[in-house]
Design a binder for this molecule. Sequence first.
Ligand code: MRU
Length: 383
Amino acid sequence: MVDHLPGHKGRYILLNRGENFRTIWLHPDDDQTVQIIDQRRLPHEYTVSDLRSYRDGITAIAEMLVRGAPLIGATAAWSLYLAALEARGQRDAAAFIQTAADELAASRPTAVNLRWALDRVMHRLHTAGPDADRVALTRAEAEAICDEDVEISLGIGRHGRALIEEISKRKNGATVNVLTHCNAGSLATINWGTATAPIYLAQQAGIDVHVWVDETRPRNQGSQLTAWELAESGVPHTLIVDNAGGHLMQHGMVDICITGTDRTTRSGDVANKIGTYLKALAAADNNVPFYVALPSTTIDWDISDGVKDIPIEERDSREVSHIWGRSGSELLEVVTVGERTPISNFAFDVTPARLITGLITEHGVCAATEQGLSSLFPEQAKR
Ligand code: MRU
């Protein structure tokens, strides 16, 4: 795994497991610059990008240099730190930061972590009062969000590992085959991921685990990101086209599906990358357990009906009509569709709770129901 050890000053080293890996961090020599990995260029190039203003943060989220619900939230939090730096000395600093928060909130619609992180940082500012050191407060909050996210992922990992362990025992130690969709890995969080955390921890515990990686058209987060980070971590995996999952399940080649989510309703409906719903349908038809791994920051306690209430992002048709990749040493984009063909590009779909075997959270595994979630998060459920 790529490792950003303090003191490495932007350089990175490859490790088998990235205890110190981070997807977003403060520049080691310049605390007015936030650094991220430009995920659009993986797996072909590992490029670090600098964010120097909150508008850089908006671009990074909207154009998907960073993506994945928890990392989107963390980037929004760090963007408010950049906004606080920009607002320093301004007479209407508080209004400037509020505008930044409003613009950031509109950068991507589906992942609720974005709103959650912005609300958390703005609440901290509001309760601190007008004379507070806004730069120090936003920085402390962004750092806390990132540190907590790592712990949350490890919690998900421990609870999810137990599920994989159980299957491994049932199979007398034979390989446990996990199918995942999109990238809900280290790259989508701060480290460890949500859907991948149980896999990484299972591997560390010596469990024989193999991952079927859905390619995840149109942006190929599976083939370009999940496959990359599993390879970096030495986890056995195989890339499949998005339509292969059903076939594999019919032939007993999938023991468990684990995906991430961008927003989970209080009743357990789950929005995730387009195509997740079809995997859940195939899993139900073949009695394959279908789990969704999520941090509590991804639960939207205000809504119950995922299909009706979760805004589904529609993205640029170029994501469908064009494919990006490497030819020899050149990185290029090619068009695959005739010019007269209209294109639709819904980025997410909703998997109804009834198709989900269980939700893996940092507090434990529960049924995808309001009672299940409330039992693990009684305080938040009171809202
Ligand atoms: O469009 P993306 O790449 O941001 O979509 C990401 C996903 O769908 C992930 O599965 C989800 O955010 C969970 S990340 C832990």
